[in-house]
Design a protein around this ligand. Structure first.
Ligand code: NOJ
Length: 508
């Protein structure tokens, strides 16, 4: 399981209200206790923070607000000692407009870095080079630059100009940034919007999708060549460094193509799961589509329910505790690598952000609220954090939940423990997906071990068909054989085929 840390909001060690690397170091024992395998840090590079680090002004350093390179080295060292791998966010599609490459690029049409970015004249009739829309604003993805009288492309904010990956000098420079961190011992990267690396800027987006950001529409074949080059950089370091691409396309079939022939991404996000309604048939469909699409390319799937860009799953499920618990168990029992967003193990909901505290131009502050560590005011943060806490921060704090056997945190830890001890859940096949009324079930199998996961999506209880096997875990807590309670998930170990007796106990 990969645990996503949004560093600003995780843990503050120096009282400036912004979480930092030393704060993460202090909580490594918590993450190891929880059962995390790897952490992914949202960006910690120097940045003017107009997109809170996704606008990088230097790829090979740490922003002072997060600490120093020495702090980072210590984090990697200590994480490894605690059995945790460390993935960095890497933002290859665009830099900050403050990056020296762009500062030089925009200075003159002759500058050395001019063609490191995507510059275009206005069309002969004076209109924009194409009709693309940037993310969030509904505004064009082009900004006019008066110094040189051309437009530059930015699929996100005007302060995030897109790099020109067609330029081999850009590719070489970006590969060097990977090597810089790989040399320091990082285990891999989450790669921001990698499906955007190549763009057909001479082709308009369809008129009927006008108003939609260009990002989820871009899918250009030559990107696969760039991904193969990136993969060979990782391969220079052996076969245990990993790439996880943010392929922000919504069809699992298209996402799966980014695994190439096993020579592109190791893993890709499958955002279909993040946008699936809490309904048995909707989950059956996304599971079947994912299985089919990823099996076709021999790719290992991933699953995600929350991240720093979208309302948290607990908020989307309107805080309904049984459903939130069920969603977590589902996430951790599907076939593939689950990504858990810090705070999801607490069932944390989004914070309500008063207008005078809005920070993000994309309106995503709510899901970025600081993690509550303790119940008292301040919740373990030494200074006023950069965003307000969520409403139920006290009761949902780590300290409160850690000692409560029935808490969401305890449930998360139990499921992760079961997953680790159970080969079928970790790496087994997935089959037998079916829905009856509001109940979804599927099996995970490895060797003779067969595990059944049954999810009741209904708000009422129902009878559970008798199954030869034993219940290993219920999302509700105490097991109630024969009955599935509202929103309950149970995990069963089925008796081996042909045996009458109960299955052998799981080994520790
Ligand atoms: C996707 C990231 O997850 C998001 O936070 C960011 O704003 C955009 N890419 C642009 O880098």
């Amino acid at each position: 399981m990969v645990y996503q840390i949004y560093p600003r909001s995780f843990r503050d060690s120096n009282g400036d209200g912004v979480g930092d690397i030393n704060g993460i170091r202090a909580q490594l024992p918590y993450l190891a206790w929880l059962g995390v395998d790897a952490i992914w840090l949202s960006p910690v590079y120097p940045s003017p923070m107009r997109d809170f680090g996704y606008d990088v002004s230097n790829y090979v350093d740490v922003d002072p607000v997060f600490g120093t390179l020495q702090d980072f080295d210590a984090l990697v060292h200590e994480a490894h000692a605690a059995g945790l791998r460390v993935l960095l966010d890497w933002i290859p599609n665009h830099t900050s407009s403050d990056h020296p490459w762009f500062v030089d690029s925009r200075a003159s049409r002759d500058s050395a870095h001019r063609d490191w970015y995507i510059w275009r004249d206005a069309k002969p009739d004076g209109s924009l080079p194409n009709n693309w829309i940037g993310a969030w604003s509904g505004e064009p993805a082009w900004t006019w630059d008066q110094t040189t009288d051309q437009y530059y492309l930015h699929c996100f904010l005007p302060s995030q100009p897109d790099l020109s990956w067609a330029n081999v000098a850009v590719r070489d420079a970006m590969h060097e940034t990977l090597r810089f961190w790989l040399d320091r011992g990082v285990d891999g990267f989450r790669m921001d919007v990698v499906h955007l690396l190549s763009k057909d800027v001479d082709v308009d987006d369809p008129e009927d999708l006008r108003g939609l950001s260009h990002t989820p529409l871009n899918d250009v074949p030559v990107t696969h060549e760039y991904l193969r080059e990136i993969r060979s950089v990782l391969d220079e370091y052996g076969n245990d460094r990993v790439s996880v691409g943010e392929v922000y396309l919504f069809d699992p079939e298209r996402v799966a193509t980014y695994y190439g022939d096993g020579d592109e991404l190791h893993l890709s996000f499958n955002f279909a799961s993040l946008f699936t309604a809490w309904r048995a048939d909707a989950w059956r469909d996304v599971i079947l589509r994912t299985e089919e699409a990823f099996s076709a390319v021999g790719g290992w799937p991933t699953w995600v329910l929350s991240n720093h860009d979208n309302a948290r799953v607990a908020t989307r499920l309107l805080g309904d505790q049984q459903r939130v618990r069920a969603a977590l168990v589902l996430l951790l029992t599907l076939r593939g690598t689950p990504f858990l967003y810090a705070g999801e193990e607490l069932g944390l909901e989004d914070a309500v952000i008063p207008p005078d505290r809005v920070a993000d131009p994309g309106g995503r502050d709510g899901c970025r609220a600081p993690l509550p560590w303790t119940p008292e005011p301040g919740h373990g943060w030494p200074g006023e954090p950069w965003l307000p806490f969520a409403d139920r921060a006290a009761e949902q704090s780590v300290e409160v939940q850690r000692v409560d056997d029935g808490s969401m945190l305890s449930l998360t830890r139990r499921v992760l423990d079961l997953r680790r001890r159970t080969a079928a859940l970790r790496s087994g096949s997935l089959d037998g997906v079916r829905v009856e009324r509001d109940v979804l079930s599927f099996d995970r199998a490895k060797g003779v071990q067969r595990i059944r996961v049954i999810v009741n999506f209904a708000t009422t209880e129902c009878e559970m068909a008798p199954v030869a096997g034993r219940i290993l875990l219920s999302s509700v807590g105490v097991v109630n054989p024969g009955v599935l309670r509202a929103g309950e998930v149970v995990i069963l170990e089925l008796a081996p085929v042909g045996s009458d007796g109960p299955p052998a106990p799981l080994s520790d």
